[in-house]
Design a protein around this ligand. Structure first.
Ligand code: GLY
Length: 351
């Protein structure tokens, strides 16, 4: 068992909240959880769940807030572009009561890939569409193509090209780099992206009073990726998985590591065999640890978090490290009867 830094206080309170999630009558206290960027998402999702909305519609509506926000650089509009300066998005959805799923990978020009993933689920007998086909499908379904590259993301991308030692950058005769004419805020942002290129992503999971579960994961993926790279977010069983009889799980962070161990599926299977949501996340992280054969230096380059919510409304999250590569303490968002808040993730190792 691994505890957070506040283990005997805050985490114990979290476990107590989980323990009370099911009332004596058997009804579940509605709840939504998400990655650390998802405080607004869980608030919206819980409000809709309480109002009687389908849980999948609720978590998608929550994630849409982030997808629509140009200041949120890990998803949707303003997401980080690939190495050619094009924003390519991935997303998946799963609907517990009907046991259906949908996904899109490497879709361009559509800011809400979570909605497109839901339509793949509802209007096709396929599960995943990618690239040009996904875009054409979205347009056919009425989505408006739009330029997703914001000024901040464009400057960060140009600065990244310059840093790579290509012909891009200050000219020989007093030329200036991409950041020279940018605002102070944009320069700060671009420098942060250079120091710690992100994998972005929001995962949001919800449960209603009947114990019905749904979830979605949405991302712009790894900053400056090779065009066509698809991470774990749209992979059913990796970036998202749920079984309406047991629970739901999702992930943010280094997608390649997660796909190799079918992470979200593994988390739910641990819960099926009796693990708490937090312990299920920790056990799943140990599988990633195993793939590095004790090479700590390499493993330190990996940041990944799992989120889990069971059918009783108990929840938990765990991170591979106590701090992310950029120094942030690993946290996640929760909204339930106690309100919307950030909580510390458990962690497997200390940096
Ligand atoms: N987890 C997001 C990605 O790797 O693309």
């Amino acid at each position: 068992m691994v505890f957070t830094r506040r283990d005997l206080l805050a985490t114990a309170a979290g476990i107590a909240a989980g323990a009370q999630a099911q009332t004596p009558s058997g009804a579940v206290t509605p709840c939504a959880i998400a990655s650390v960027n998802g405080l607004r998402a869980v608030s919206k999702a819980l409000e809709m769940i309480r109002g009687g909305a389908d849980v999948l519609d609720a978590v998608i509506a929550g994630v849409n807030i982030l997808e629509d926000d140009p200041q949120e650089h890990g998803v949707g509009l303003g997401g980080m572009p690939n190495e050619e300066g094009v924003v390519e998005l991935d997303a998946s959805v799963m609907h517990g009561p009907t046991r259906r799923a949908g996904a899109v990978g490497a879709i361009q020009k559509i800011k809400n890939p979570s909605n497109v993933a839901k339509l793949v689920m509802e209007r096709t007998d396929h599960l995943m569409l990618v690239g040009e086909g996904a875009l054409r499908f979205a347009i056919a379904e009425g989505f408006q193509p739009t330029n997703l590259l914001t000024e901040d993301s464009r400057i960060a991308w140009l600065a990244w090209k310059e840093k790579r030692g290509t012909a891009w950058g200050p000219g020989l005769a007093d030329g200036s780099g991409a950041m020279a004419s940018a605002s102070a805020e944009t320069r700060t942002f671009a420098q942060r992206m250079l120091d710690h290129p992100i994998t972005g992503t929001i995962n949001c999971l919800g449960v209603n009073a009947k114990g019905d579960l749904s979830g979605t994961t949405s991302t712009s993926g790894m900053a400056f990726k090779i065009p066509g790279r698809v991470g774990d977010s749209p992979i059913i069983g990796a970036g998202l998985w749920l079984d309406n009889d047991i629970g739901a799980a999702g992930s943010t962070g280094r997608g390649e590591e997660n796909i190799k161990i079918c992470g979200a599926h593994t988390v739910v299977e641990y819960m099926r065999h009796g693990a708490s949501p937090q312990d299920a996340c920790l056990e799943t992280l140990k599988r990633i640890q195993r793939t590095y054969f004790g090479n700590r230096a390499k493993l330190e380059k990996v940041d990944i978090d799992f989120y889990a919510l069971n059918k009783k409304g108990e929840y938990g999250s765990a991170s591979l490290w106590d701090h992310q590569g950029d120094g942030r303490v690993s946290r996640y968002a929760v909204a339930d009867a106690k309100g919307a808040r950030l909580m510390d993730c458990a962690f497997l190792m200390t940096r």
